[in-house]
Design a protein around this ligand. Structure first.
Ligand code: AMP
Length: 608
């Protein structure tokens, strides 16, 4: 049976899990960490770095290090969120050929799914290293609030990474799966998820027989830990300007250092009341003198700087309860997800709002990946009986006369579902209507996301408003939307299956998949070479350590001098092979090195 990994593709960090022997388990990366930074960088030498190594060099390579790509995925170039990101990012965000978004790293513009694919590929490799087998299937999580285009773009990222994404599930739903796993409980729970870049709240009903039904969900894809960091950065920048009259923002490197320090301070303030940010030589005064940033920030300051952000999450919780038609007292448990929920003020506000202490039994960083792994196992193994009843996060409808959005399927409707509405022609003798299928929650159609369009032609000529058109929307279990329009009198019909677009054409996607596959092969080879070099160098170091002793012992005989000369030649040949990075040659020379080392050890031990 195929193994399915569960991946929480986070804005800041990602996590991969698997169900092993009926137990969901998080897979640690090579460094032993259970989460991996969702960061990608290209070095000056053109080398691709992902995860911790990308994060470590972010300060010195800020322009070519991408973080929080999730904020851009599936978005259009002219969206306000992208405009905002262009202004605030340390890396260059440029317009793609289809009104989509690209990230310019060194000389190449990368699509956002390509960047996310590099992170997914890393998570796949972590799982493969751990399992010792190839993994090709995954369940990937997305914020509940992602629209169809964002979901499709995430799926494309999976495909580029060589993964068959068998299901996309919502992060809070995944969290509730992990929370309810094996417990056989019947409860209404709220999942409050505040991560690095997004906020989600879902209210779910967990049925005793493995049924997880989402009652309502809402969120904000531009509200997360990074906004908290930004407030701290602003505070330091302002303070520094007051003290020195210098704007730290002019210097990318200074800003990146401050960014790191701000996030670190924020995390520290979850366990201590105050912390000092100390950044020596942060910038030059312009008079040939280096300036340092050294200032204490208190938990209280952090709380007052971010109170409105926390309040925004509460407003969304309030609205979601209304949507679920539930009172606070009906919520029986609150599950906290996402690194930001470690902040004490957030825990306080959430317990004040729900009037109960949040559940402390789940790990906020791991619960989403665990839930994804549970869903993955359930999809391929009937033993894990489970049913997920999710809802549409946004309303679906069409654009009508005057650019007004007419809702057909409201937000928070359980899927699968089907709804229809009757419309009439808006002009006299109108023979065709254009159906613009949209997703969103705004009254003005243009503020929503366009998912697709089609034209129903051949309408009979009649006075305005007298031709009735039945528009039917259907969403199947995989979340695929189809729309049809029918002239009720003539029976004339047109329909489309809405395929969301990630902003990539099929040809581009194909080329990227091929590129990533090539890279995957590349990477394995280079890892093998690195390992072989390391082995050879260890043996060389040991031989070098023994050389003086061996020389002293055997130099008096011709045979001994000959052996020493041979040993030197072997070491030299091994060094040449290392220089060439030729795997076969390195391995061959390592055999010789090992024989020499054994001989040296024998000589030394005999004479002692
Ligand atoms: P996630 O996307 O769930 O990995 O959450 C990452 C966010 O949580 C980042 O903004 C982190 O800075 C933040 N975070 C992680 N640990 C803490 C902590 N101890 N206190 C406050 N925020 C934290």
């Amino acid at each position: 049976m195929d193994r399915v990994i569960g991946i929480d593709l986070g804005t800041t960090n990602s996590c991969v899990a698997i169900v092993e022997n009926d137990t969901p388990t998080v897979i640690p990366n090579r460094g032993g960490y259970k989460t991996t930074p969702s960061m990608v960088a290209i070095t000056e030498a053109g080398k691709r770095l992902v995860g911790h190594i990308a994060k470590r060099q972010a300060i010195t390579n800020a322009e070519n290090t991408v973080f929080a790509a999730k904020r851009l995925i599936g978005r259009k170039w002219n969206s306000p969120q992208v405009k905002n990101a262009v202004l605030t990012s340390s890396y260059r965000i440029v317009e793609g050929p289809h009104g989509d978004v690209r990230v310019q790293l060194r000389t190449k513009p990368y699509s956002v799914p390509e960047i996310s694919a590099m992170v997914l590929q890393e998570m796949k490799t972590i799982a493969q290293d751990y399992l010792g087998e190839t993994v090709s299937k995954a369940v990937v999580t997305v914020p509940a609030y992602f629209n169809d285009n964002q979901r499709q773009a995430t799926k494309d990222a999976g495909q580029i990474a060589g993964l068959d994404v068998i299901r996309i599930i919502n992060e809070p739903t995944a969290a509730s799966l992990a929370y309810g796993f094996g417990k056989n409980i019947e409860k209404i729970v709220a999942v409050y998820d505040l991560g690095g870049g997004t906020f989600d709240i879902s209210i779910l009903e967990i049925g005793g027989n493995g049924i997880f039904k989402v009652l309502a969900t809402a969120g904000d894809t531009f509200l997360g830990g990074e906004d908290f960091d930004a407030r701290i950065i602003d505070w330091f920048v302002q303070g520094f300007r007051d003290d020195h009259g210098i704007d730290l923002r002019q210097d990318r490197m200074a800003l990146q250092r401050l960014k790191d320090a701000a996030e670190k301070a924020k995390c520290e303030l979850s366990s201590v009341k105050e912390t000092e940010v100390n950044l020596p030589f942060i910038i030059s005064s312009g008079r040939n003198e280096a300036l340092h940033l050294q200032r204490v920030i208190s938990r209280q300051t952090l709380e007052s700087l971010t109170e409105d952000l926390i309040e925004r999450t509460v407003d969304i919780c309030r609205q979601t309860l209304l949507d679920a038609k539930l009172g606070k007292e009906e919520v029986e448990d609150v599950v906290l997800v996402g690194g930001m929920t470690r902040m004490p003020r957030i825990q306080e506000v959430v317990s004040e709002f729900f009037e109960r202490e949040p559940n402390r039994g789940v790990h906020p960083d791991e619960v989403v990946a665990l839930g994804a792994a549970i869903q993955g196992a359930a999809l391929v193994d009937e033993k894990h009986e489970m049913m997920l009843l999710d809802v549409t996060p946004h309303a679906l409808g069409i654009m009508t006369q005057g650019g007004i959005f007419e809702e057909i399927i409201p937000a928070n409707t359980s899927v699968p579902t089907g709804r229809s509405k009757i419309f009439t022609t808006s002009r006299e003798n109108q023979t065709a209507v254009k159906i613009l299928v949209m997703q969103g929650d705004h009254e003005r159609a243009e503020d929503n996301e366009l998912l697709g369009e089609f034209i129903l032609t051949g309408l009979r000529r009649a006075p305005k408003g007298s031709v009735e058109i039945d528009v039917v929307f259907e969403i199947n279990a995989d979340g695929i939307v189809s729309v049809s329009a029918k002239d009720l009198e003539t029976g004339q019909q047109q329909s489309i299956q809405v395929t969301a677009t990630s902003g990539l054409t099929p040809e581009e996607l194909k080329a990227m998949v091929a590129g990533a596959e090539e890279f995957a092969v590349d990477r394995k080879a280079s890892e093998e070479v690195e390992a072989a070099i390391q082995e050879a160098e260890t043996v060389i170091a040991e031989i070098n350590r023994l050389f003086p002793q061996v020389e002293q012992i055997v130099a008096s005989s011709d045979f001994g001098r000959d052996a020493i000369a041979k040993a030197r030649a072997i070491v030299q040949r091994a060094k040449d092979a290392i220089q060439k990075k030729d795997l076969a040659l390195i391995k061959e020379q390592t055999d010789g090195l090992v024989r020499t080392q054994r001989m040296f050890k024998g000589v030394v031990s005999k004479s002692s």
